[in-house]
Write a protein that binds this ligand. Structure first.
Ligand SMILES: *Cc1c(COP(=O)(O)O)cnc(C)c1O
Length: 405
């Protein structure tokens, strides 16, 4: 099915930058084209009934998708990757591995859409989910039941950027039979963190974020080293059919080739922004795992190769009014949901990405109306800092600013 990375990747490299450019991208044997073809055909000619070149129907397998899947598997240090139409349907497909009557343990501040799927969809399909504070991974032990089949974590979490010790959770998961660890690695990208190497069974990404990186594709991927998990997920990918279009695979594959360059710049800019905000008289607290002030900075240093481009902070004596003035005053940062793309974005989680949580749940996570989340892009960091500074000045002075659109 085009997943054979041996044949797709003759020159092997231990170096991420080389694999980002070349994995799965060998020249077309028929034409010499350097870029994998955008293969729009939904069906594939068969030499005789049941005899074909690895593709029969495009939901089951597609050459453009296979090239992208091979590239992502290589970057996540996994054997197999499956691509999906969104991060959300990737999650849904993975949870569909579990029979009704199963129990899943999730980190408490999981991505909002994942929380919605767990509580509103999985629950009605007979999969029961417990949400657990995993600051101390041993908390998980109290919630494991005989029917627990999956642990689901994100690290860092969104938007409070709390870390979970992946290796410690993997150890807990693998001390039981039939308990899989899934890590949503969206916030770090394969460049900064590879959970499979720390013991995870499945890694998930919303391709919409860093992997594609250009705010023009919604997509998802699941990566694993296990043949059994891969076969199960491939069956479900085909049966449920939440597959990405060839065009989206083509674009995401193009985005992926500069992932290393983008991630280095995201991180350089995010660190500069975080340090600058930390020194601002108008800021109460900055949350960035790359700052020594982050309570889990040591864990970040241990399990990751970097800190990525997400920064959260609280305006001094923050209120909804101040946050709104700040966000409406930004000129370069765009007020928008989503993250991980080349342009810098800012948002107010309490009102935007985390609006679907109950006020009590938001309070428990520390998501109040003064907490601002930044996705720091790859522009010149001096311009980013200048923009934040002028918007902070207006926010603390209570300047009235009309909405931007
Ligand atoms: C965006 C996101 C998702 C969902 O992905 P979509 O592509 O929007 O469906 C899941 N997890 C995290 C951490 C995300 O940021």
């Amino acid at each position: 099915m085009g997943h054979d990375s041996e044949s797709d990747w003759s020159f092997r490299s231990d170096n991420f930058d080389t694999r980002a450019v070349h994995a799965g991208q060998q020249p077309d044997p028929h034409t010499g084209a350097v870029v994998p073809a955008l293969s729009l055909s939904t069906t594939f000619a068969q030499a005789s009934a049941g005899v074909h070149k690895g593709y029969d129907y495009s939901r089951s397998g597609n050459p453009t998708r296979a090239a992208f899947e091979t590239a992502v598997a290589s970057l996540e240090q996994g054997k197999h990757c499956l691509a999906f139409a969104s991060g959300s349907v990737t999650t849904a497909t993975i949870v569909n591995m579990l029979p009704a009557g199963s129990h899943l343990v999730s980190v408490n501040d999981v991505y909002g859409g994942t929380f919605r799927y767990f509580t509103k969809v999985a629950a009605s399909n007979g999969v029961d989910v417990s949400f657990v504070d995993m600051n101390d991974p041993n908390n998980i032990l109290k919630h494991i039941k005989p029917n627990t089949r999956m642990i689901w974590i994100e690290t860092p979490t969104n938007p409070t950027l709390r870390l979970v010790d992946i290796a410690a959770v993997a150890k807990i998961a693998h001390s039981r039979p039939d308990l899989l660890l899934v890590v949503d690695n969206t916030f770090m990208s394969p460049y900064f963190q590879n959970p499979l190497t720390l013991g995870a069974d499945i890694v998930v990404h919303s391709v919409t974020k860093y992997i594609n990186g250009h705010s023009d594709v919604v997509g998802g991927v699941a990566i694993t080293n296990s043949e059994a998990i891969f076969e199960k997920l491939r069956f479900l990918q085909n049966s449920i059919g939440g597959v990405p279009s060839p065009f989206d695979c083509f674009l995401a594959n193009r985005g992926l080739k500069t992932l290393h360059i983008r991630m280095r710049q995201h991180q350089e800019n995010a660190l500069a922004v975080a340090k600058h905000l930390e020194s601002s008289p108008h800021v109460e607290r900055v949350i960035y795992p790359g700052l020594p002030s982050h309570p889990q900075h040591a864990l970040a240093m241990r399990q990751s190769k970097g800190f990525s481009g997400m920064v959260s902070f609280r305006i001094k004596q923050g209120t909804l009014d101040k946050s709104n003035t700040f966000l409406a005053s930004l000129r370069l940062f765009c007020l928008a949901e989503s993250l991980g793309c080349v342009e810098s974005l800012a948002e107010l989680p309490a009102v935007m990405t985390h609006a679907s949580l109950t006020p009590e749940a938001r309070a428990a996570l520390g998501v109040d109306e003064g907490l601002i989340r930044l996705s720091v892009g790859i522009e010149d960091k001096r311009d980013l800092i200048r923009d934040l500074d002028q918007a902070l000045e207006k926010a603390v002075k209570g300047v009235k600013v009309a909405g931007k659109l």
